[in-house]
Design a protein around this ligand. Sequence first.
Ligand SMILES: [Zn+2]
Length: 417
Amino acid sequence: MLNRREFSKSVLGAGLGLLGSTKLRGTAIPTAFQPQAAQRPAEKCDLLIKGGTLIDPGRQLHAPMDIAVLNGKILEISAEIPESRALRVISAKGKIVTPGMIDIHQHCYDGVSDCVNADHFCLAKGVTTVVDAGSAGYPAIANLRKYVINTSVTRIKALVNISPFGAVGVGGTVDVLKAVDPELAAKAVEDNRPVVVGIKVRLGNEIQGADDVEFLKRGVQAARAVGLPLMAHIDGPYSPLTELLPMLRKGDVYTHFLHAHPHGSLDANGKILPVVSEARQRGVYFDVAQGRSHLSFDVAEKCLEQGFFPDTLSTDLTRVTASDRVYDLPTMVSKFMALGVDMGKAIQMVTSNAARVFDFGAEIGTLKPGNDADISIFEVREGKFDFEDSDGQKRSGRQKLVSTAVVRRGELLVNEA
Ligand SMILES: [Zn+2]
């Protein structure tokens, strides 16, 4: 577990560890060494990430680039930034550098049920922004904000679950329609803006059975009342997708769309259902969120074969999935690379694509001067790696992303690996 104080110590420790490469020089930079393309060539920076390969799909960048950070913001990105300008230098040689990853579906109401600690399970793995996807309903959202979101280093946003029970704890497996009040959910959103960025609804036969259509209606009602997106967990619902999916509009999210349970995204012949294609054309986002039981490699491969790619990869992380099959978001990226998705495209799903889904209150998911310095550095390990879906099916990949360092708002955390 990494609380805020420990995180600060790690950051400090990381800094001390880097003193060997720190360059502090009083002399002026010789003109001949000043970068031609630099906008502000003489400006000092707090941190320089040097020699890595930048992969920033949101800006179509895939090239060796140095990144300078000042006062928690990105100062400059260019091919060559001299070490003499930096108080601290971290070498990313042989590694890839990406925008801080964004996990739009996980559960970090730390201390409640089997939720994870975001700083420990997400930030330390290269994930600088997460969305808690409905761990709390209207009675508990203020405490999630006060005790978790406000005390974490990770940028955390949250969805209010339309069920007052949330997705964890008492009532976590059975939602009762009569307890669902869209007006109270909408009020909880208003009381907790801008931390709350949407509404969550869970639809599954074991959760509320034949009441799923009415549940979804109430979720839609609350989301429209506050003008924010609805994330719909739809896995093995009682009702067919043709009754549910048409209720989602542009900007809403269909999460768990690659499950292999009844009423999934494919027809009996493995073809994408028309109602699914229509939802994408309308602008509904398709999110993976593997969790305990929501990803089938067979379904994923059939979708990919038909050119139907996820918009976002996410974990649906809990303590259980953090230690089995899912692990973390970079592992999800590696898993989809093993399924044949290009590395840049897979990274896009957890950076610029994910950034578009919710209002994060800042420009994230891409790296450019002026943005918050949320940056991830990964080693791309080569070898044979087995990845598992929710049914224990395995696929092998040749590459795996492992976080070696992460920068959150300019602060550097180095992983000991
Ligand atoms: Zn979830």
